[in-house]
Design a protein around this ligand. Sequence first.
Ligand SMILES: Nc1ncnc2c1ncn2[C@@H]1O[C@H](COP(=O)(O)OP(=O)(O)O)[C@@H](O)[C@H]1O
Ligand code: SF4
Ligand SMILES: [Mg+2]
Length: 334
Amino acid sequence: MSTPLLSVRDLEVTFRLRGGLLRPTRLLRAVNGVSFDIAPGETLAVVGESGSGKSTIARAVMRLLEPSSGRIHLDGDDVTALKGEALRRIRPKLQMVFQDPYSSLDPSMIIADVVGEPLVVHGRARGADLERRVQGLLEHVGLGRYHMNRYPYEFSGGQRQRIAIARAIALEPKLLVLDEAVSALDVSTQNQILNLLEDLRSELGIAYLFISHDLGVVEHIADRVAVTYLGRIVEEGPAERIFSAPAHPYTEALLSAVPVPNPRIQRSRQRIVLPGDIPSPLAPPAGCPFHTRCPHVMDVCKTAMPAHTPIDGGGSAACFLHDTGVAGGTRRAS
Ligand SMILES: Nc1ncnc2c1ncn2[C@@H]1O[C@H](COP(=O)(O)OP(=O)(O)O)[C@@H](O)[C@H]1O
Ligand code: SF4
Ligand SMILES: [Mg+2]
């Protein structure tokens, strides 16, 4: 891979949950030893059940929270070490779009101001130039000049996400972090926004950190996929390989729940229903974090932590079924 645009190494984020009269203070490790790279113009999808640490990873990358340990480099700068003016200087390079299109836009601002604000704050444009730039940004996301003087309440959920995207690309960022950005939208609006993101990527060369709890949503947009479980990445690799030959039993289960357009294939496919709930990150299981729900659990999984092992076709999975050095290298035939 060429020099990564974003490089995250051994990221750990721990929250301190304050105790009370009857309960001591507890530590919740929301992100645990997470590492990944994103190349310029690349889309990495981070996928996993709710509570697996995806938003915490996003907020750490955006420097909206302080990691407990680990390093984050953006375009050569150590983001974790930057403060004050130095942090402000790199801000335009990374922008974020949030899940809820109904609360992420200031209801009292007209759209021209919502979209133009970053340009004003960073001293990039004003007056007639600002108006021209805002108009261009709205056109980029499929909205028109006549939308400029309207308020957020006048728009649908999909249009609001277009406005949020226009604002996010105003400063020509190198990385856009999208946290469940299409999850609140209906399927056809989701597809429209995904197409828009594809277009913007080919026109502007932006890289995406695209977060979703739904593996199905990322199939066409992702170059690479990282699957999270209980604060860890359990599998990562090229999207094509993840979708055609998932290696980790958790990825297999997620994939089995993704609908297939062909009803005949859909009927013949076996849905893997995992027993139980995702364990509490306050008391994660010993050994492999997935062992309490894994259909292929072995004795070794209950005590030892599987390391990431390279997988044919690219990427890696943290599972003893693929670790030739442990459990006799029990690679499944299926
Ligand atoms: N500010 C916080 N304080 C305490 N716990 C938090 C905080 N933010 C997230 N968590 C916990 O961290 C874990 C990961 O949460 P999150 O990153 O939001 O997961 P996801 O985005 O994958 O649903 C969850 O158990 C959540 O309850
Ligand atoms: S290491 Fe064991 S428990 Fe964990 S995913 Fe692999 S087979 Fe399942
Ligand atoms: Mg989240």
